[in-house]
Design a protein around this ligand. Structure first.
Ligand SMILES: *Cc1c(COP(=O)(O)O)cnc(C)c1O
Length: 439
C-alpha cells in the first residue's frame, strides 16, 4: 500500500515530521505513513486559489484513492455487462465481481453471511428501505419509534414518514450539553417498549461516538429492534455488527473512499427474511403472474432492478484499501489529529466548540463569536481549505445549541498535522479579517 511520495508539496518537511508517523508497523500489514497514503489520492495534489488544497470536508464525502478510480475504469473497460442474467461468460464474470464485492462488505462489517448484505444507493436509501419495510412488517397505529436528537435528517425524516403512514408516534432521546446522548432518558423511552430504535453510531455534526453495544443491549432487553446509521462511523471507528449485535446497520460508500451512488444495508438474516420488499421490479422476484408474484430470496428481494454494479465493485476496492492500510492505524492517526484540532480551536479567542463528548472522532463543530459560519467558510476557501458550514442536515442539533449554523472541519486518513496547523493559522487570519471589518 505504500506508494511513491511525490516531491515538493507532499513530502514531509523535516526529519522529525517524518518520524511523527503513528504505530510501530509491526501489528499491521504495512507501516502507516500519511505521506505515502496521500500519494495515492490524486486530487490531493491539486492547488486551490494558488494554495495547496486542504480537504477537511470528509464527513460530507471522502476523496478516492487511485485503486478505486482504476477499478471503476478497468471494470468498465474489461468486464462490464449486466449481472445475474446472462448465459454468457462476460455476464458471469461481472456477476462474480459484484458478488465478490458483497463478500468483501460482509467481511468488513463482520457479518455472518453475504446474504445479510443488501446493496442500495446510499445510507439515505438504506434507511428509507428499512423505514418502509419495517413499517409494513410491524408498525401499527399507536406504536412508537424512537430516534435521537443528534440524528442526521436521513435517519429522522424516513421514520417520521413511516409514523405518519401508520399512525405511530415518534419519540426523541435528548442530547446533553456535552454532546453525548442522555442514556437515562434513552432507557426510560426504551422501557416503554417502542417497536424500533433508530440511532446513529457517530454524529456527523458533533463527532460524538455513541456506545452502540451498550445501547443495543438495553434495547434488546426491552425487545426493541435497533437500526444503526453507520454513515459517519464506518470510516472512523471499528465496526463489527456481530459484536454490536445491532439488527440493522446502514452506510454509504462515498464516505469511506468509495464511489457515490452505492451503499449498504446490513440486516440480520432472520430479520431480512421476514421483511417485505421495498420496491418491486426485476431481480427481486421468483415468479410473476398477473394474479400473484412470489419474491426472491434475500438479499435479492431488496435489490429491484439493475443494481449499481460498477460502484459496488468500486466499494469493494475501497474497503480492501482501508483494510490493507490498517483500520487501527488509520483510527489512531485520526484520533491524534482530532485532539490537536480541538485543542487548537479551544485556544482561539471567540471560538466556541459545540460539545465535549466522551469520545469524539473525525468531526468537530464550532461557531465564532460575531462572525457568521458561512463567512468563515468562504474565508477559509481562499486559503485553499475546504470545510462544511451550515446545519449539516442536523437542524435539531443546531436548535439544541441555539446556533443557525456551524463550521465543521472533518478528517480522513490522509489529513496531516501540518494541515491542521495551517487550518488553525488560516482560521485566525479569517477571524481577524472579519473582526476588523465589523469594528
Ligand atoms: C452522510 C450521512 C447520512 C446520509 O448519507 P448519504 O450518503 O447522503 O445517503 C446519514 N447519516 C449520517 C450520520 C451521515 O453522516
Amino acid at each position: 500500500m505504500v506508494g511513491e511520495v511525490r516531491p515538493g508539496t507532499e513530502a514531509p518537511n523535516t526529519h522529525s515530521e517524518r518520524n511523527k508517523g503513528v504505530g510501530n508497523g509491526l501489528s499491521t500489514p504495512s507501516p502507516f505513513s500519511v505521506y505515502a497514503i496521500r500519494a495515492q489520492f490524486p486530487v490531493l495534489h491539486r492547488a486551490m486559489h494558488g494554495k495547496p488544497l486542504i480537504y477537511l470536508d470528509n464527513a460530507a464525502s471522502t476523496q478516492k484513492p487511485q485503486v478505486v478510480i482504476d477499478t471503476l475504469v478497468r471494470f468498465y473497460s474489461t468486464t462490464y455487462s449486466n449481472v445475474h442474467r446472462g448465459a454468457y461468460a462476460l455476464s458471469e464474470e461481472a456477476t462474480a465481481r459484484y458478488e465478490e464485492a458483497r463478500q468483501i462488505v460482509a467481511r468488513f462489517l463482520g457479518a455472518r453471511s453475504w446474504r445479510e448484505i443488501v446493496f442500495v444507493r446510499g445510507a439515505t436509501e438504506g434507511i428509507n428501505l428499512l423505514a418502509f419495510s419495517l413499517g409494513e412488517y410491524f408498525l401499527r397505529e399507536g406504536d412508537t419509534v424512537v430516534v435521537t436528537e443528534m440524528e442526521h435528517h436521513s435517519n429522522l425524516v424516513p421514520w417520521q414518514m413511516a409514523c405518519a403512514r401508520k399512525g405511530a408516534h415518534l419519540r426523541v432521546v435528548p442530547l446533553r450539553e456535552d454532546g453525548d446522548l442522555d442514556l437515562d432518558q434513552l432507557e426510560t423511552l426504551l422501557a416503554q417498549k417502542p417497536k424500533i430504535l433508530a440511532v446513529t453510531h457517530v454524529s456527523n455534526s458533533l463527532g460524538t461516538v455513541n456506545p452502540i453495544r451498550q445501547i443495543v443491549e438495553i434495547a434488546h432487553a426491552y425487545g426493541v429492534v435497533v437500526v444503526v446509521d453507520g454513515a459517519q462511523a464506518v470510516a472512523h471507528v471499528p465496526v463489527n455488527v456481530q459484536e454490536l449485535d445491532c439488527d440493522f446497520y446502514v452506510f454509504s460508500g462515498h464516505k469511506i473512499y468509495g464511489p457515490t451512488g452505492i451503499g449498504v444495508v446490513y440486516g440480520k438474516e432472520e430479520w431480512l427474511d421476514r421483511l417485505p420488499p421495498y420496491q418491486g421490479g426485476g431481480e427481486m422476484i421468483r415468479e410473476v403472474t398477473f394474479e400473484k408474484t412470489t419474491y426472491n430470496d434475500i438479499p435479492y428481494r431488496f435489490e429491484a432492478g439493475t443494481p449499481n454494479i460498477v460502484d459496488a465493485v468500486g466499494l469493494g476496492a475501497a474497503l480492501q484499501f482501508v483494510e490493507l492500510t490498517g483500520r487501527e492505524q488509520i483510527f489512531r492517526h485520526e484520533d491524534q489529529l482530532i485532539k490537536e484540532l480541538e485543542k487548537g480551536l479551544r485556544a482561539i479567542q471567540g471560538v466556541r466548540v459545540l460539545g465535549a463528548p466522551q469520545k469524539r472522532v473525525a468531526a468537530i463543530s464550532f461557531v465564532v463569536e460575531g462572525v457568521h459560519a458561512h463567512d468563515i467558510g468562504t474565508g477559509l476557501d481562499l486559503h485553499g481549505i475546504c470545510v462544511r458550514t451550515g446545519h449539516h442536515c442536523t437542524q435539531p442539533v443546531m436548535r439544541f445549541y441555539g446556533v443557525p449554523a456551524t463550521v465543521r472541519p472533518s478528517l480522513a486518513m490522509y489529513n496531516t498535522r501540518e494541515e491542521i496547523e495551517r487550518f488553525l493559522a488560516a482560521l485566525e487570519e479569517v477571524i481577524a479579517f472579519f473582526r476588523r471589518g465589523s469594528a
